[in-house]
Design a protein around this ligand. Sequence first.
Ligand code: UT7
Length: 315
Amino acid sequence: MKIIGTGSALPRKVVTNEDLTRFLDTSDEWIASRTGIRSRRVITDERLEDLATEAAEKALAEAGIAAADLDYILCSNIANYYVTPGLSCVVAGRIGAACPAVDINCACPGFLYAMDIAEAFFKTGRVRNVLIICAEEATRMLDWTDRSTCILFGDGAGAAVFAPGDNIKGVRMDCQPDVNTLYECRKLNHTPFLTKEEKDVPLQMNGREVFKFAVSTAVRDIESLLAEAGLTTDDIQYFMIHQANLRIIEAIRKRLGAPEEKFPSHVADHGNASSASCAILLDECNRKGLFKRGDKLIFSAFGAGLLSGAILMEW
Ligand code: UT7
């Protein structure tokens, strides 16, 4: 498959590090030096499906196809107002599509997992146009009194339309099962029969463990894709790394020995928008005209699961 259109949408509200110091024991200096984040976009009166719909419509417009031409919609999402139906169905209705629509919950590498699934659909010959949407309201999953997590995240949506092509040159997806390092739990409705205790648990994270996992798996995944394709970092124009933390991106870059200009980043302005991060970054780079036909891009992402993935793609 190949990408024929991209789109993204962000909430209006900008929350700076300074804004956080009004209710948290933190500082712009601590957040900026440990994460590279200066501000993030946060949902206020918008609904996530509004952002997802806007991103999808922009991607369809660039692709030059109508929603009715879509054969499949994949939506990467952890949580939104609807428990059911899936966000993919909600957005399908909003954009006027009538094709199969399915949600996947793969946390931060969700865009890569969705691309891997879409590529498999293309290989069966059953689809001609696939829309992937990544939409996340990560700020709704947090304990806003926990300064070690709530400073990291932002909200947003990114989308891309795919058509038949031979542009995916390598895929590596992994799961290292470990629930306790990064998770959130939601209490479901009570029943007259329930005998177990349950509670809502906002996002819990062992930051140091996730940091180590992120750097080591990203370097391993990228190096294995390069080796498989017989390429070196010099052959890659851009490394599209999940925008979790600038220090993570920098550690990956240094271990790969590649120059800074090959690592586009928006984490300073957006924070970590989970699976939407890579999709939004893709749209921003595309709209800036950064990519030339034939450029080689490597996407790499990691997160809860613990899941990781990397994809080598030609533009
Ligand atoms: O998509 C994947 C999502 N997850 C991630 O990206 C997380 C990856 N991990 C990280 O980005 C880093 O581990 C953090 C940014 C979360 C934390 O950075 P760190 O350098 O690992 O700091 P730390 O957790 O070791 O904490 C150092 C100190 C602690 O104080 P003490 O115990 O040394 O007195 C924390 O209490 O910094 C304190 N601290 C803060 N201080 C000011 C933790 N959060 C804050 C804060 N402001 N927001």
